[in-house]
Design a protein around this ligand. Sequence first.
Ligand code: B12
Length: 344
Amino acid sequence: MSNPAVPSLVELVQKLSAEVGLELRAILPATELDKEVINRFDSWLDSGFAGEMNYLKRAREVGADLRQWKAWTQSVALFALPYRRPPGGFRNGGRVASYALGTDYHNVIGRKLKKLGKRLQKAGICQASRATVDAAPVLEREWAIRGEVGWRGKNTLLIHPNHGPMVMLGELLLDCDVPAWTQPKTRNATCGSCTSCIDVCPTSAFNTEYQLDARKCISYFTIEVSDKEIPLEFRSKMRDWVFGCDECSTICPFGDEKADFDADWGRHPALQQLSLEDLLTTYEQDFHKLFTGSPIRRAGWEGMLRNACVVLGNLKKGEKALKNALDHQSDLVKEHADWALAQF
Ligand code: B12
C-alpha cells in the first residue's frame, strides 16, 4: 500500500513545476498520436493551406511519434500559460497581437521549462529532458487535447475552460516514466453552436469550422511571409493589425476578461518608443537591435516596414513618412508605400 505521506511522482512534478512558476496541466506517456490526427494533418498540407510554411512538412515527419525526434522520450509534461492582456501596439496606432507585446514567449516559457528539467534531474526523477515551445516538431494542440487541457475550438485553437484560447502551449519531454495524469475538470464546456470566431475573421480565413486556410490569415502574411507582397485583396482587411491578429481569440466568450498578464510578459520598450512613422525610418541593424527579445523580429525588417505601410494607409496617417518611403532602398517597401498613399 502506498503511504499517503509520501508524495507521488506526479505530485513531485507538480511541486517542482510550481517552484519555477509553471502550473502542470497534464502528464502523458509519449505514445504515438492517432492515425486520424496525422491523416488530417496530411490532407491539410496536401491542400496547400500551409502556404510557404515548409517547416510544417518537417514537423509532419516526426509529428506522429515524438520518439522519432528524441528517442529517449517516455513522458510528456504539458503546460499552458495565459497571455490575455489589454490591446496594444505601436505608439499612435498599429496593433500587435497580444502574445507579441512583451518578451518573446519562447524565452519566457522556454526558460521556465529548462529550469524545471534541471530540477527534475537534480531530484533524481529523470536524466534527460527537452523543452519545446512552438518551434519544435510537436503538434502542440493535439497533445493538449489528448491531455484534456482544453478542447479544440472552431478557430482551431486550444480553448482552456477558464482562460479561453489565449494560452501559450509548452511541453517538457522526459526520459522517465511518470503515470498519466490530467488536471481535474473545473468546468465542462465546448463551443456549442457559437461561431463568433469564424464570423469575425476579417479575411474569411476559415474554410469551415475547425479548418484554417493559413494563406488567408493575417497572422500568416504579416509574420510568416516576410519577403513577399501582401496580396492586394487582404491589405485593407488588415485594418490596423501590423503584426499578427487576435480577432478570432478575443471574440471567444471563454476567457477571463479582467485578467491582465502584463506583469508576467512585460511590455517591450520598442513598442512604447516607436510610432509606425518612426519604424519606416529605421535601418535594418537598428530594427534588430530595437526589437531584441521581441517576437516581432520574426517578421523581419523589410516585412515589418511593409506591414507598417499597409496599416498607415488603412489609418490614413503618416503621409510624410510614406512619401519618404517611396524612395526606400527596398522595392517591397516602396510598392506598399505607394499603395498606402493611394488610400488617402
Ligand atoms: C503553423 C502555426 C500557425 C499558422 C497556422 C495556424 C493553424 N491553425 O494551423 C499561422 C501562422 C496562421 C498561425 C497563427 C496563429 N497562431 Co500559431 N502555430 C502554428 C504552429 C507552429 C503549428 C500549428 C499546426 O500544426 N498547424 C497544422 C494544422 C494541420 O493543424 P490544425 O489547425 O490543428 O488543423 C487541423 C484540425 O483543426 C483538424 N480538425 C480536427 N477536427 C476537425 C473537424 C473538422 C470538421 C475539420 C474540417 C478539421 C478538423 O483538421 C485540421 C487538419 O489536420 C503551432 C505550434 C505547434 N508546434 O503546434 C502554433 C500555435 C498553434 N499558434 C498559436 C497562436 C497563439 C497563434 C495566433 C493566435 C497568433 C496571433 N495572435 O497572431 C494565430 C491564431 C490563428 C489561428 N486561428 O490558428 C498557439 C495556439 C495556442 C492555443 N491556444 O491553441 C500555438 C499552439 C503555439 C503555442 N506554443 O502556443 N499559427
